[in-house]
Design a protein around this ligand. Structure first.
Ligand SMILES: Cc1cc2nc3c(=O)[nH]c(=O)nc-3n(C[C@H](O)[C@H](O)[C@H](O)COP(=O)(O)OP(=O)(O)OC[C@H]3O[C@@H](n4cnc5c(N)ncnc54)[C@H](O)[C@@H]3O)c2cc1C
Length: 419
């Protein structure tokens, strides 16, 4: 177990220049071989390594990260967690994730700032409200919280939105998931990294995987920028670089890569105490603990590995912000950034075995990978440890398109192919 810092110890560290903070995780030299290697030190890779050690007793494990921990999408997302899914497969998986979020700070002894502030999705037509009723009923039948809101209830809850008759899109009502909310994203990476390290996992930064060592069809190791490393089992969890790394093992995965931008304004007094998503556009907004309005919209509509966005998307998203919350026109945009997204044709991810023995694949997270982090690590660790899918990730197989078992939740995970 980790030792929590006392108030006195915190004060001592803060005041003493010759007492540096202890490293949260070690920085070992890579060994020549491990029982298991996880490629990618994002949220999913680190969670996988943690649950391999914690749930399955596999501690001779390395996470290989080409950059530094938290440099990928785990540190670039807009921090929203929710489980408002309605297709079998997604429903149970994302609800398991939300349950793990609820206890995560305690589990990792690391304050991940889990905030169940609730997410309201706004309906901009009566027909949309009907579909929300259907979604809410399915969620409730699955034991997941959901409540339909009429226009008056939304006005009471979110009084600062534009309800005027000139509003670009009228608000007819909405649906709320009270247990949804936000989590401090980089704390999740640090928390899992520290917890995995404590259980004996090697976290190896600045170590890029450049190829696979194969024995026939079987993956038996990786070539890296720090030399060859052999492994009994290898898991790929590289998010936006999934198709690139899978190709090194001769695998072609149904993933397209796009950039998704996000935005933050200057900080203002606390005002927005929910996550708000807008049915008219894929627009969403929350207020950070620092006070900035954090918001985003669609992916940029072309394939790219760049992490920079383009102006037309900035304009569309800013227009959405101002038409929904007119007060946003008075705020200065502080910055915007992009992350590389691994988009699948049905908006649902892959977690499972591959056609190469000992090689496992986790990717295709689209917009929704952050909220999935705990359940993804949980189920991917199970799959790697037992060489079989956990019941929660059975639907996420790589061959589901071949078999006609796609999991298409339009608007929830992916809008790319529908526009
Ligand atoms: C702007 C934006 C907003 C988002 N908002 C949300 C949100 O509100 N809620 C939500 O649920 N999701 C959101 N997402 C999606 C979510 O962030 C991602 O789906 C999720 O973080 C991906 O998983 P990860 O954390 O493991 O990825 P990453 O952090 O990207 O981890 C993958 C790691 O693999 C490493 N890597 C790549 N290639 C190699 C290699 N060859 N060798 C070694 N390492 C390698 C990378 O350096 C990277 O660190 C958002 C994404 C973006 C960009």
């Amino acid at each position: 177990m980790f030792k929590p810092y006392s108030a006195l110890a915190l004060a001592k560290h803060a005041l003493s220049p010759d007492r540096p903070w202890p490293r949260a995780w070690n920085s070992p030299e890579p060994k020549s071989s491990y029982d298991a290697i996880v490629i990618g030190g994002g949220g999913h890779g680190l969670a996988t390594a943690y649950y391999l050690a914690k749930n399955h007793g596999l501690t001779n494990v390395a996470v290989l990260e080409r950059n530094y921990i938290g440099s990928g999408n785990v540190g670039r997302n807009t921090t929203i967690i929710r489980s408002n899914y309605m297709i079998d497969g997604n429903t149970q998986f994302f609800e398991h994730s939300l349950k793990l979020w609820e206890g995560l700070s305690h589990e990792l002894n690391f304050n991940c700032m889990v905030s169940h502030r609730g997410q309201v999705v706004l309906a901009v037509s009566p027909a949309q409200l009907d579909t929300f009723a259907r979604r809410g009923n399915i969620m409730r039948l699955n034991g997941i919280d959901a409540e339909l809101l009429d226009r008056g209830q939304v006005m009471k809850l979110l009084p600062y939105l534009d309800y005027s008759k000139d509003a670009r899109w009228p608000i007819y009502g909405g649906i709320i998931q009270e247990r949804a909310g936000t989590v401090r994203h980089d704390a999740v990476a640090w928390g899992y990294a520290r917890a995995a390290d404590t259980l004996g996992v090697h976290i190896i930064e600045n170590c890029e995987v450049t190829g696979f060592v194969m024995d026939g069809d079987k993956a038996v190791g990786v070539e890296t920028s720090r030399g060859k490393i052999l492994a009994g089992k290898i898991g790929i969890a590289v998010a936006g670089h999934s198709s690139h790394v899978a190709k090194m093992a001769g695998l072609r995965v149904p993933i397209e890569t796009h950039v998704l931008q996000a935005f933050v304004t200057e900080p203002v007094k606390p005002m927005v105490d929910h996550v708000i998503s807008w049915g008219a556009e894929l627009f969403y907004l929350s207020q950070s603990d620092k006070g900035g309005m954090v918001f985003g919209g669609h992916i940029d509509g072309f394939n790219t590995y760049t992490q920079r966005g383009q102006f037309p998307r900035i304009q569309t998203v800013a227009e959405c912000a101002v038409s929904l919350l007119p007060l946003m026109s008075k705020l200065r945009l502080l910055r915007h950034w992009g992350g590389v997204m691994d988009m699948t044709p049905d908006g649902s991810p892959f977690i499972g075995r591959t056609e190469r023995p000992n090689l496992y694949f986790n990717g295709g997270w689209c917009y929704q990978g952050f909220k999935a982090t705990p359940a993804s690590g949980w189920t991917f660790a199970h799959t790697i440890a037992h060489d079989e899918e956990h019941e929660l990730n059975r639907a996420y197989s790589l061959d589901r398109f071949e078999k006609g078992r796609e999991l298409d939740e339009f608007g929830i995970g992916n809008w790319t192919y529908k526009q």
